[in-house]
Design a protein around this ligand. Structure first.
Ligand SMILES: Nc1ncnc2c1ncn2[C@@H]1O[C@H](COP(=O)(O)OP(=O)(O)OP(=O)(O)O)[C@@H](O)[C@H]1O
Ligand SMILES: [Mg+2]
Length: 163
């Protein structure tokens, strides 16, 4: 059976949790679905971290050559892991199997939308799911800046913007 790879972009917001819930509803009945929860963490300068943090971040990079030279806040990573765990739970409660779900993060070196577009280009995804808006409190625009750019520029997969 060919797998249907689904990328779910999450930023920790209630909106992106709704994207997760939607994915669970739609794909729970699809045994061929493979879901990837994807988050982009903000990069920070090494000089803003203390020794312990630098050590801890470096320890995470052993199996991630793509993160070489990059630093991020452990606090941000912990928040993300917590969100991933909640999302995993939501998906399993919807009926998805543990082995259908993965989570993955990148550390932002350019723009967030570009990191999502890059993941789509490399990952053989059939569907991308994201929230219409995210964490920002500004309500001025119908779509956020990330969803705007991703919707406009994504190629080769269906894009699903969740309300
Ligand atoms: N850092 C991120 N990592 C992964 N996905 C993200 C990230 N930021 C946003 N997204 C995805 O994009 C969706 C829309 O968020 P977006 O950032 O465009 O809106 P916003 O936060 O309301 O506005 P803005 O950030 O432009 O001020 C989110 O629900 C999420 O699915
Ligand atoms: Mg945002």
């Amino acid at each position: 059976m060919d797998h249907h790879h689904v990328l779910i972009a999450v930023d920790g917001s209630r909106n992106s949790m709704r994207a997760v819930e939607y994915a669970g509803e739609v794909f729970a009945t699809h045994p061929e679905a493979r879901l990837v929860l994807f988050h982009i963490l903000p990069v920070i300068s090494r000089v803003l971290l203390d020794k312990e943090e630098i050590k801890a971040v470096n320890a995470r990079k052993v199996e991630r050559p793509d993160l070489a030279g990059l630093y991020w806040r452990l606090e941000d990573e912990d928040k993300m892991s917590e969100f991933f765990a909640k999302a995993q739970d939501v998906l399993e409660k919807a009926g998805m199997k543990q082995e259908q779900i993965k989570s993955k993060f990148r550390v932002k070196t350019g723009e967030i939308p570009d990191a999502i577009l890059e993941e789509i280009a490399l990952g053989n995804y059939k569907t991308l799911i994201l929230g219409r808006r995210g964490l920002s409190r500004v309500r001025e625009f119908f779509l956020g800046s990330v969803s705007t750019k991703v919707v406009r520029e994504a190629r080769g997969c269906a894009v699903c913007v969740v309300e």
